[in-house]
Design a protein around this ligand. Structure first.
Ligand code: GDP
Length: 294
């Protein structure tokens, strides 16, 4: 992911490097290239607009344009602003003293929630915790089976209440965790292909019933401009504390991944880079920005 964006940005920087001192026209032209590159990567247009305005303002100073290596200064500013766009600093999971802690995952169907739930359980297990996975997606027939299989593969129990209402399943899971000394409950909720009132309402009820310590929204990195609609609806209805970006290993343009921090105002906590259980990684904005700039 981001290969084409990286290439485009690096071409722009190479052109600047060939120029020595920079004029306003050089910066304007570079910013135009950067704007195009980000839009083509499907980054949300408002995010692009703000990014370019801030970057341009910082570049259009005598300090930068007349410095010994102006192009290097522009690269540094773009790197800074990209890091800022991605959230500046690492944002870890925050656990409360409550036992069990409850983490609820929300997101559209196919966004990678079930996969992320399993990966999160795997990560927490490796950190010495005792997670319990909960299958609250009762609509997609294979969802609970998928969770049970994947849970089995990583040695984490899965609570499923076949035939029960999702709210009762979630409540039952908390009791199960108390009874069997599991200290983190990870609730996988149902999604739809598109925002759907019934689905939203159900997520709201589950949230009310289990009072999660954290709600994490799973967002597919391939989501393009539609990201604003999707995340703002979840923000309004279930709210969430952080984001897991899934499918960052794909070869799509990755606009969703780059926009989500600015669009939601919530930190990206993890990125998912594949289908294997160990492919969930904490998110470091500076490392990602450096990776994009190659
Ligand atoms: P859910 O409907 O939100 O629970 O989505 P799933 O977890 O079932 O994921 C939908 C599809 O995306 C499945 O085929 C997953 O294997 C795949 N998937 C999920 N996360 C990733 C990821 O990080 N990388 C890749 N390549 N595929 C993923």
């Amino acid at each position: 992911m981001f290969d084409s964006l990286s290439d485009r940005l690096n071409d722009t920087f190479d052109r600047l490097r060939g120029k020595g001192k920079l004029t306003e026209a050089d910066i304007t032209s570079a910013m135009r290239d950067i704007r195009m590159a980000l839009l083509e990567a499907d980054v949300n247009f408002k995010v692009v607009k703000e990014f370019v305005a801030k970057t341009k303002e910082r570049c259009m100073t005598a300090e930068v344009m007349e410095s010994l290596s102006p192009a290097q200064n522009v690269v540094k500013i773009v790197l800074d602003e990209l890091t800022e766009m991605l959230g500046s600093t690492e944002s870890k999971l925050v656990f409360s003293n409550r036992i069990p802690n409850v983490i609820m995952l929300v997101g559209l169907q196919g966004s990678g929630k079930t996969t992320a739930a399993v990966k999160l359980a795997y990560l927490l297990k490796k950190q010495g915790r005792s997670p319990l996975l909960v299958a609250c997606d009762v609509y997609r027939p294979a969802a609970a089976d998928q969770l049970a299989t994947l849970g089995g593969e990583i040695g984490v129990p899965v609570f499923r209440g076949d035939g029960a209402h999702p709210v009762d399943i979630a409540k039952g899971a908390i009791q199960e965790a108390v009874d069997h000394l599991r200290d983190v409950v990870i609730v996988d909720t149902a999604g739809r292909l598109q925002i759907d009132e019934q689905m939203m309402q159900e997520a709201v009820y589950i949230k009310k019933a289990v009072k999660p310590d954290q709600v994490l929204m799973v967002v597919d990195a391939m989501t393009g401009q539609d990201i604003v609609n999707v995340v703002s609806t979840f923000a309004e209805r279930t709210d969430f504390d952080g984001v897991i970006i899934s499918k960052l290993d794909g070869d799509a343009r990755g606009g969703g991944a780059l926009s989500v921090r600015q669009v939601t105002g919530k930190p990206i906590k993890f990125v998912s880079m594949g289908e294997k259980p160990d492919s969930l990684e904490p998110f470091y904005p500076d490392r990602m920005a450096k990776r994009i700039l190659g």
